[in-house]
Ligand binder design. Structure first.
Ligand SMILES: Nc1ncnc2c1ncn2[C@@H]1O[C@H](COP(=O)(O)OP(=O)(O)OP(=O)(O)O)[C@@H](O)[C@H]1O
Ligand SMILES: [Mg+2]
Length: 256
């Protein structure tokens, strides 16, 4: 069985792609089966996984039907199999949104058909909420990671994120800056507003993230020993624990 993990946010530039790419690369480096599905028309996450060029065709392209996703699945230098968004246009985005809205379970069915290893964690990078496609990913996912920047925008858009995910988002604070009193205050406000939904860890603002993005290398290589690499290691440990626990629980059919 696959574990689908939607990575969402209500704030733009929150760090969804960064979190998606580094969690997936880190799991791959530790030999856990993993894949990334890019449901964001920016079509850029491949670069964070080490590809030199964007992919022409992908799951959001008009030329690729959902039952043809096998044809666009590609390997990346980070050893993370990627279903890229590919080039898209408004009409193809509308069509896939309509398909996902009508075909409950369709997203999981297409992913199951790819023959990924049993137990693979499939990270789904999304467009900023509200978005029909991101909403479908949330509905289908076993886990929803809500990336919230520790900024004023992150704080004021938090209720939208919680509502859009029907309370299922597990909040990952990003861009935390321990040496800033204002940033610490914002983090406390976010924790007070979202309560137990906020994970007991955070991603710090760290130049190593930019260096890794520019070089297309995993944090384990480009940012070895950095705060960000440590943060990602902790997040991976939490995620492995949480998803393994979920696998062990009987299916209560509680997914939205
Ligand atoms: N913890 C961090 N420390 C430093 N820079 C970061 C951190 N997280 C993200 N960034 C930088 O912030 C920018 C936005 O990150 P990213 O592209 O992952 O966000 P996004 O939510 O996917 O944005 P978009 O709305 O464009 O899809 C990038 O330049 C990224 O390198
Ligand atoms: Mg992004």
């Amino acid at each position: 069985m696959l574990t689908l993990i939607a990575v969402v946010s209500s704030a733009g530039g929150a760090g969804r792609s960064t979190v998606t790419a580094h969690l997936a690369a880190s799991l791959a480096q530790a030999s856990h089966p993993v894949a990334v599905l890019e449901l964001d028309s920016q079509n850029s996450i491949g670069v964070l996984l080490g590809l030199r060029e964007t992919c022409a065709a992908g799951v959001l392209s008009a030329s690729v039907a959902p039952d043809g996703w096998n044809s666009v699945l590609c390997e990346t230098p980070a050893h993370v199999p990627l279903l890229p968004a590919g080039r898209s246009e408004a009409a193809s985005l509308r069509a896939i949104g309509e398909w996902l809205r009508q075909d409950t379970g369709g997203l999981r069915r297409q992913l199951d058909a790819l023959g990924l290893p049993d137990g693979a964690r499939v990270f789904i990078d999304t467009q900023r909420l509200p978005d029909v496609i991101a909403q479908a990913a949330v509905a289908e996912a076993d886990f929803v990671l809500g990336v919230v920047p520790v900024t004023t925008t992150g704080y004021v858009t938090l209720p939208d994120l919680i509502a859009a995910c029907a309370g299922r988002a597990q909040i990952v604070p990003n861009l935390a800056a321990g040496n800033s009193p204002l940033n610490n205050d914002l983090l406390h406000l976010i924790q007070a507003r979202a309560g137990d939904a906020v994970l007991p860890l955070r991603l710090h603002r760290d130049d190593a993230i930019g260096t890794a993005a520019a070089s297309g290398q995993p944090l384990g290589s480009a940012g070895q020993g950095s705060q960000a690499a440590l943060d990602v290691t902790q997040l991976v440990a939490w995620l492995l624990h949480a998803t393994t626990l979920q696998d062990a629980m009987p299916d209560t059919g509680s997914r939205a």
